[in-house]
Design a protein around this ligand. Structure first.
Ligand SMILES: [Zn+2]
Length: 78
């Protein structure tokens, strides 16, 4: 199990997200952004827009995805 924060994934807060793989953590961030914006948190809107654009353009987003996976791989287990 590893932990990345919302901020490490391009978001504005330091909420910790836990998962066994980078994909799980990225999905958790997606859910967190949607929930934050749905509850009226404007600070999370730009990050949600970014992540939605990434889902729409997966090939163009490979660089971001690789960076996120590399950052995840470098983290200590917790
Ligand atoms: Zn956040």
């Amino acid at each position: 199990m590893k932990t990345m924060t919302c901020q490490q994934l391009g978001g504005p807060c330091d909420l910790p997200l836990h998962g066994e793989t980078a994909d799980v953590v990225i999905k958790a961030q997606d859910k967190h952004l949607r929930e934050a914006v749905a509850s009226g948190d404007a600070a999370h809107e730009p990050a949600l827009k970014d992540i939605k654009a990434r889902w729409r353009h997966p090939v163009a987003s490979m660089g971001w995805y690789r960076d996120a996976k590399r950052a995840f791989a470098a983290l200590p287990e917790n």
